[in-house]
Design a protein around this ligand. Structure first.
Ligand SMILES: *Cc1c(COP(=O)(O)O)cnc(C)c1O
Length: 469
């Protein structure tokens, strides 16, 4: 499989290289040159497979030529073997024909484990073969950091540096990162905000001299392997609900558009998906596009759903590429317009094409809490606030009551106690058994000034299993 850039000016890469690449050299994002397509018979024959075996069938075409089948099978069995629920991604029914796909049974209790547990193992496999070591740098406001550290903690060939804003992530989220101890794991608390952390990662990618030749790898959601891993659970859910003979609709709590883009790919690979709902919080750039063809940068509002607090959605460029007939130069032009003016609209027929599949809703904090309370009262299920936004949007945007509506349950409620309290649900969710002693574990973290040179010196001094590069 070959991968091409959405801006059309970077060399095509194979899977192995795309795994190690961040942005393409032309500033675009990598996408498969040709998407595999499965027949209905083929998809139907996968019903009842264990999750890792379904994962093998769905993802195999993407890694062909880079990873032999037997090795890939083993990696997938190891990856999904760490999930706490034997079904890996169980479905729970909320209402007539309404379901939550629980994606929070991985080590860090959010859906990001599906991709980052795999990414860590793939990186280590490829790097061992090449006899190479890499450094990962990432910024997190919460979920990504812990999932990336959990995914990479066992990697022999990776040193991972995760920056979070000092005193600005919840205690559960901080401890999920800082209690994972290892020579190759480095938590940095920056005396600044999330944007400061992200800027330092960007600046480090732009100028890598401080790494003395060691390769820098990205684990944010632009990494193709993360999208690839998320395609699988759309097939998994549909197969449980009568697919592919029957179509299914999905409502997806959305920030950077990575998770829902995977659903769009599943549909293009042959899975009958009748509707995809973009569920956002008050940071609603995608809702403004879907409802009014305006993709314009707004202000950033802090909400009760911090994992969806974004101003621009990096993966949206991948959808735009398809909407523009996969014409790289027109995407490059749109992105230039966006950079210069802060917004754009697309031609009418392209927007109409998107709207055949996508609907959207922006949900306020108040509505989020209402939904948590409502669902709890009606079913006894406690939703995390991100999932609650998905449920709300699924209910309001639903096109058909006879098509199963699957809401992606993106996180466990225990990660977001503030929203649960505000919902006046009189219940404090308990940590699952494997995290029960989280508050007693030792923490390791270095507080650094909000200064690029300081951070880069730290990375250079510790980037080789804690020793200098
Ligand atoms: C990351 C995250 C999201 C947003 O996913 P995107 O792929 O960025 O759209 C939603 N909910 C939770 C809990 C998350 O951690």
């Amino acid at each position: 499989m070959r991968y091409i850039s959405t801006r059309g000016q970077a060399p095509a890469l194979n899977f192995e290289d795309v795994l190690l690449a961040g942005l393409a050299t032309d500033g675009g994002l990598y996408v498969p040159e040709n998407l595999p397509r499965f027949t209905q018979e083929e998809i139907a024959s996968w019903a009842g497979l264990p999750y890792h075996e379904l994962a093998f069938r769905v993802m195999r075409p993407f890694v062909t030529g880079s990873i032999p089948d037997a090795d890939f099978k083993q990696i997938l069995e190891d990856t999904y073997g760490v999930f706490e629920h034997s079904a890996v991604a169980p479905l729970r029914q909320l209402n007539g024909n309404e379901w939550v796909l629980e994606l929070f049974h991985g080590p860090t209790l959010a859906f990001k484990d599906f991709a980052l547990q795999l990414l860590g193992r793939l990186l280590d496999y490829v790097l061992a073969k090449r006899n190479e070591r890499v450094v990962i740098m990432g910024a997190t406001s919460g979920d990504t950091g812990s999932a990336a550290i959990e995914g990479c903690k066992a990697c022999d060939n990776v040193d991972i540096f995760i920056m979070h804003p000092h005193n600005r992530v919840s205690e559960v989220q901080r401890r999920q990162m800082t209690t994972i101890l290892g020579d190759n794991i480095h938590n940095i608390a920056i005396e600044g905000n999330f944007d400061d952390c992200q800027e330092m990662v960007k600046a480090s990618f732009a100028d890598q001299g401080f790494l003395k030749g060691t390769r820098l790898v990205a684990v944010n959601s632009i990494n193709w392997a993360r999208i690839m891993a998320q395609i699988v659970y759309y097939f998994h859910a549909a197969l449980q609900l009568g697919g592919p003979a029957r179509s299914v609709a999905f409502s997806v709590p959305t920030g950077n558009f990575g998770d829902i883009f995977a659903g769009y790919l599943a549909r293009n690979m042959g899975l009958p998906v009748s509707q995809l709902i973009v569920a956002t919080n008050r940071n609603d750039i995608l809702h403004r596009f879907m409802s009014g063809n305006q993709y314009a940068k707004g202000e950033l509002y802090p909400t009760l759903t911090p994992s969806m607090d974004i101003m621009v959605s990096s993966n949206f460029e991948r959808l735009l590429f398809d909407l523009h007939g996969r014409n790289g130069p027109s995407i490059a032009a749109l992105m230039t317009e966006f950079r210069q003016t802060g917004g754009f609209t697309v031609e009418d027929d392209r927007w109409t094409e998107a709207r055949k599949l996508f609907d959207s809703l922006a949900v306020s904090d108040e509505q989020t809490c209402q939904t948590i309370a409502e669902v709890y009262a009606a079913t006894g299920e406690l939703l995390d606030p991100h999932t609650a936004i998905g449920v709300r949007a699924g209910r309001e945007c639903r096109r058909s009551l006879s098509v199963p509506m699957v809401v992606l349950g993106t996180a466990h409620p225990v990660k977001f106690p503030e929203a649960i309290e505000k919902s006046a649900v009189n219940l404090s969710p308990a940590l699952p058994a494997h995290l029960a002693d989280l508050f007693e574990r030792d923490e390791r973290c270095t507080v650094l000034a909000n200064d690029l040179a300081t951070v880069q010196q730290f990375v250079a001094a510790h980037g080789n299993r804690g020793k200098p590069l």
